[in-house]
Design a binder for this molecule. Structure first.
Ligand SMILES: *Cc1c(COP(=O)(O)O)cnc(C)c1O
Length: 421
């Protein structure tokens, strides 16, 4: 459920008409609902309420400071994957002890910054990384709390580009090597193993891969404890999927996911950490765009929008489906026709949908891409020197621009001409 509904034929973001925001900020733009973000966070809290737990929002899904502030005020921790994300979490007021540092290529600088600013744990992804973090921590006279991200070799049954738990993926350490790796950590004075980490992929629509992965983690807890390691935390990653098309079967609910965690790992006496991103932000955001032209091609009609692949790359990158709806609701029973919905960027991949059935639309009409809150603005770029589009946050009947559209001048002035040119 989200808070983007029609009222008397007009699409609203909570209590604000989307067309009113468009008039105020221009198109295209992203708009997020505070109530939806809050609701999704609370669903995870409820789902894990029987267990000692921490919810670390995976901010790579949507990392605007205002969204992070909404999360931080709810008591969320953060999962970060770069020094930049770490700095964002700190700036949003998240205490270091609630920040989990993930990612396959942490640099010395990132390790140093997180160790001095405070960090809940580093999720380690390789043996060279263990050695480096040990060095960095010792050079600072500190002991770094760590987990090892194990790769359970489980098929997450999601898009290949966002599956991370198979042995051929770059992520984690093969679970078969875990005993050896934890023994090595125990000999490193700058590291202290506190738990185990696993994250098998994103947009999972089935709980079975979780069950399989969690069961392997549960076995590993027993094995490592028998080896004398103190395992007190289990970081189970994120990945729970969202419905992208309204008529598709809905993915499992956080409550059902929580029940699997409880059933498989509830008796281990561990604190549970989860890192949801997409489920929190995905259906909390729309991308709104204006129809620039209707173009008749040979055998197909194109709807050319002012938004493009640089603003929302998911269709080009993952063949992702987004429901695209008119901001002014079509009259019931009106005849629909098929359009290829495209942006103005000079690439054929700049196609949001092919042969999509849409109600009649004209130049200047507004359309909204649903489920665009996660991996939307966060993955956008200025390709074709198209300014990053504004982000807007709605709360009840108020809205605010939380990232403004840069001017051409601001974009140009970011570059520097060397004095010898
Ligand atoms: C991307 C990522 C997440 C969040 O995944 P979602 O599918 O957005 O929930 C969590 N943990 C790690 C380590 C990630 O890389």
């Amino acid at each position: 459920m989200d808070h983007f509904l029609y009222r008397d034929g007009a699409l609203y973001a909570e209590d604000v008409p989307v067309a009113e925001i468009a008039a105020a900020v221009g198109t295209p733009f992203y708009v997020y609902s505070t109530a939806t973000l809050t609701r999704h966070f609370k669903l995870f809290q409820e789902a894990l309420s029987g267990m000692d737990h921490v919810i670390c929002y995976a901010m790579k899904a949507a990392s605007n400071q205002a969204i992070l502030k909404v999360m931080a005020d709810l008591g969320a921790g953060m999962d970060v994957v770069s020094g930049g994300e770490y700095a964002r979490a700190i700036a949003a007021g998240v205490p270091g002890e609630k920040i989990v540092f993930s990612g396959v290529g942490k640099t010395r600088e990132e390790m140093r910054d997180a160790l001095s600013g405070g960090v809940r744990q580093f999720n380690l992804e390789s043996e060279p990384e263990m050695a480096r973090l040990n060095d960095v921590a010792l050079s600072m006279g500190l002991i770094a709390p760590v987990t090892v991200r194990v790769n359970p070799d489980v098929d997450a049954k999601t898009h290949a580009k966002i599956a991370t738990g198979k042995s051929e993926n770059k992520f984690g350490i093969p679970i078969s090597r875990a005993r050896e790796v934890y023994a090595r950590i125990a000999r490193m004075p700058g590291l202290k193993a506190v738990g185990i980490d696993v994250h098998i992929g994103s947009q999972l629509t089935d709980l079975e891969p979780y069950r399989l992965a969690f069961a392997k983690v549960g076995e590993l807890v027993d094995t490592l404890r028998a080896d004398g390691h103190e395992i007190t935390r289990l970081d189970l990653g994120g990945g729970l999927g969202i419905p992208y098309a309204r008529d598709n079967q809905a993915p499992p609910l956080p409550l059902e996911y929580g029940a699997v965690v409880q059933e498989v790992l509830g008796d281990k006496g561990c604190e549970i950490e989860i890192e949801p991103g997409r489920l929190i932000a995905g259906n909390a955001g729309l991308m709104v765009s204006e129809v620039v032209y209707l173009k008749q091609g040979e055998g197909r009609d194109f709807l050319i929008l002012d938004a493009a692949m640089n603003d929302l790359v998911r269709p080009a990158m993952y063949e992702a489906w987004h429901d695209i709806v008119p901001v002014t609701e079509a009259a019931p029973g009106v005849e629909q026709s098929a359009y290829d919905i495209v942006g103005p960027v000079c690439e054929s991949g700049d196609t949001f949908a092919r042969q999509r059935m849409m109600p009649p639309l004209a130049e200047g009409d507004l359309v909204a891409f649903r489920s665009a809150g996660a991996y939307g603005a966060a993955m956008s770029s200025e390709y074709n020197t198209r300014p990053l589009i504004p982000e807007v946050l709605v709360n009840g009947d108020q809205f605010a621009v939380i990232r403004k559209r840069p001017s051409y001048e601001e974009i140009i002035n970011r570059d520097t001409i060397p004095p010898w040119l």
